[in-house]
Design a protein around this ligand. Sequence first.
Ligand SMILES: [Zn+2]
Ligand SMILES: [Zn+2]
Length: 182
Amino acid sequence: MRYLYVGATPEVDREALTAIRERVATEFGAPARDLELFAIEFAFDRGRQQYGSIPVLEMLGRVCPPDALKLLAVTEHDLFIPVLTFVYGHAQLGGRSAVISLARLRQEFYGLAPNREVFLDRAYKEALHEIGHTFGLVHCADRSCAMALGTNIRQIDLKRVAFCASCAAQVQVERRPRESEK
Ligand SMILES: [Zn+2]
Ligand SMILES: [Zn+2]
């Protein structure tokens, strides 16, 4: 049996985490398990006041349980890669590890009134997107597909919490050889 692990750094909203875990388990049809992660202060960049997603992915590679189908880490910290001002998430293409940040997904970040439903929908989309990359999916031209490139919150809001038919089929193909390992 292979599990979809959802790991959280200590500051993460536990209720959001549970909702994300249940949603990805349903979407990918795999049993999910929690994984407690240590704080990611090692990835903190003093100059940028953000956390590097690359060192986080390296750490995930080291702590990934052997029975993991995939490992998705969730953090409240704002993530970046050197060439971009921020990233909503980052994944190893065709690998096992991915990370998403909740930092820019709340309405409050944009000076708006809190909306739990909007926040969770965005988190689900980001979780699907980054896990999709670990299944080898690349960015999709369909703007409503979870695999569409989202560089701002409006683009994320245009997506559905689902893959388009073509991306969904690719996830199924990718999952098949792994299922036979059971
Ligand atoms: Zn992407
Ligand atoms: Zn697609």
